[in-house]
Design a protein around this ligand. Structure first.
Ligand SMILES: NC(=O)c1ccc[n+]([C@@H]2O[C@H](COP(=O)([O-])OP(=O)(O)OC[C@H]3O[C@@H](n4cnc5c(N)ncnc54)[C@H](O)[C@@H]3O)[C@@H](O)[C@H]2O)c1
Length: 251
């Protein structure tokens, strides 16, 4: 599956699933614009492990400090990508957070922060890439949702609602942009081993492994492989779909 000559913009690319997607895309031949809220603060732009990995694969990498909640920063990130690479073919809306709490204990801030990063952030990115992708009459938009956006989850009402919203956004964008050669799909991962899931109790971990037909938690590469497929030419007639990557957990 080749992405030779393509340019991809991945949000939340500094670690976890976003990093794995950026590296997999680079190995397939794409140049990468890596956008993350940590660039410019915790890590130095250009010296990030994701960017170094992209460059080791022989591709170009740009690290862009970007909080997806702030539209001005998102616009600047897309403009920076266009200035550096002249195009943006693939967008992966991966940046996401969780603030898990039962509804009775949930604060408005827990609700709003999760909705803003996970849902409004994706809307901001899609809005910012829409014109250049439409002009090119080509685009691949991939939104990283979650199985809990389909099934719901106690203690994750804000997160599940944001991911269900992302699936609705995906289907709407697929319909709105399809005529311009742009596809939009979502990936719904199950439990993937990253910093986000490191606090899972041993009991919960064992329960997931026992309930999943494939009998393990997911790896970031499991999601990256699905993203590569949706970004490539083999998926050119697929749009508005949700690809579940959960080892069969939600069957
Ligand atoms: N890990 C899982 O089990 C799992 C399951 C289903 C879905 N997901 C989704 O996959 C995506 C990646 O998750 P992960 O497990 O790699 O998490 P992670 O916490 O390791 O990485 C998330 C990345 O997003 C960045 N980010 C957070 N807020 C941001 C903002 N406002 N602007 C820009 N970047 C921001 C973080 O800096 C970080 O690099 C998320 O959308 C998450 O909801 C994860």
């Amino acid at each position: 599956m080749s992405l030779d000559g393509r340019v991809a913009l991945v949000t939340g690319a500094s670690r976890g699933i976003g990093k794995a997607i950026a590296l997999r895309f680079a190995e397939a031949g794409a140049d990468l614009a890596c956008a993350d809220v940590v660039y410019g603060s915790a890590s130095e732009p250009g010296r990030d492990a994701t960017a170094e990995g992209v460059r080791s694969a022989g591709r170009k990498a740009l690290c862009i400090p970007c909080d997806v909640v702030q539209y001005e920063q998102v616009k600047a990130a897309v403009e920076g990508t266009l200035r550096e690479f002249g195009r943006v073919d693939i967008l992966v809306n991966n940046a996401g957070i969780a603030r898990d709490r039962l509804i009775l204990r949930m604060t408005d801030d827990d609700w709003e922060q999760v909705m803003h990063v996970n849902l409004k952030g994706a809307y901001h990115l899609i809005k910012a890439v829409a014109r250049p992708m439409m002009k090119a009459r080509y685009g691949r938009i991939i939104n990283i949702a979650s199985v809990v956006g389909i099934s719901g989850q106690a203690g994750q009402a804000n997160y599940a609602a944001s991911k269900a919203g992302l699936i609705g956004l995906t289907r709407s964008v697929a319909k709105e942009f399809g005529g311009r050669g742009i596809t939009c799909n979502a990936i719904a991962p199950g439990y993937i081993e990253t910093d986000m899931t490191e606090d899972l109790s041993e009991e919960m971990r064992n329960q997931i492994v026992q309930n999943a037909p494939l009998q393990r938690l997911g790896h970031t590469d499991d999601v990256a492989g699905a993203a590569l497929f949706l970004a490539g030419d083999d998926a050119s007639y697929i749009t508005g779909q949700v690809l579940v990557v959960d080892g069969g957990l939600t069957l």
